[in-house]
Design a protein around this ligand. Structure first.
Ligand code: UDP
Length: 247
């Protein structure tokens, strides 16, 4: 059961269920692509048919952010809760440590993915990792792909920013058992971008906190009112169709 928000099919799973799906995928070696779909990505997919098609091929698409949770509710198919990339990683790391999974961190500025991985491994000593920054030249890619293949990751985290990371994962689907686009999560894990305090997250205002800390995000967040408008339009259209059918 998925809810379609502006053409993107979102899973209704809770955080715990999402973690369980990923665990099963790794244990049964079922190739799985996890997309954490925030309103910006969903909106971008509305203007890019190829991106929309790709995301709808992913095995798990989580509601990343309160905007998507609101949209699902508004459209009459509530999802359990918000499952953001960073929260999902934080929920996965204890399991990864316990199971000694191999994780490849790809993305962010030089040194950041390593620092993020080191911090994670310090906290969860079982995590086996390798890292590579995300500012490589096209000519360096073959060597990086080779390194990832040799490492045989259970989990490949790709933090190249959306939607570049989605296209990248779609072009290299067989590098790891589970592939996941993580945007700027390495920056947060490395401690470069502090996350909002828990009480701010609890009242669903993390987006505002990030905006105040990084005012340059305003251009991206300008998409939000348009996202809301389009979801309301989708809701009305669906209602009209339903009324016509009932008559
Ligand atoms: N990034 C990268 N290579 C690039 C461009 C960006 O590795 O060529 C990284 C960047 O350093 C940052 C991440 O991609 O760590 C994008 O973070 P942002 O918060 O903008 O992405 P979001 O989480 O919103 O997708």
């Amino acid at each position: 059961m998925r809810v379609e928000v502006l053409g993107i099919k979102i899973d209704h799973f809770s955080m715990q269920e999402t973690v369980a799906h990923i665990q099963e995928a790794v244990e049964k070696k079922k190739q799985t692509w996890v997309v954490t779909a925030n309103p910006e990505l969903i909106f971008a997919a509305g203007a890019d048919a190829r991106l929309k098609q790709l995301i709808n091929r992913a095995q798990l698409v989580t509601p990343d952010g309160i905007g998507v949770v609101w949209a699902a509710n508004r459209l009459g198919h509530p999802v359990s809760e918000r499952v953001t990339g960073i929260d999902l990683l934080e929920a996965l790391f204890p399991l990864i440590g316990k199971k000694k999974w191999r994780v490849f961190f790809l993305g962010s500025k030089p040194g950041v993915a390593e620092l993020a991985a080191q911090k994670v491994a310090e906290q969860y000593p079982g995590v086996e990792w390798q890292a590579q920054h995300g500012y490589f030249q096209p000519g360096e890619q073959a060597e990086i792909l080779d390194r990832i293949r040799k490492f045989q990751p259970d989990l490949l985290l790709v933090g190249l920013g959306a939607p570049r990371q989605e296209f990248w994962i779609a072009s290299h689907p067989d590098l790891a058992t589970v592939n996941m686009g993580v945007g700027g999560c390495f920056d947060a894990l490395a401690g470069l971008n502090k996350r909002a305090p828990q009480w701010i997250r609890n009242i669903h205002l993390e987006w505002l906190y990030r905006l105040l800390k990084q005012p340059q995000r305003i251009r991206r967040q300008m998409v939000l009112p348009k996202f809301v408008w389009q979801v309301m339009k989708q809701g009305k259209n669906e209602q009209k169709k339903h009324t016509r059918r009932v008559r």
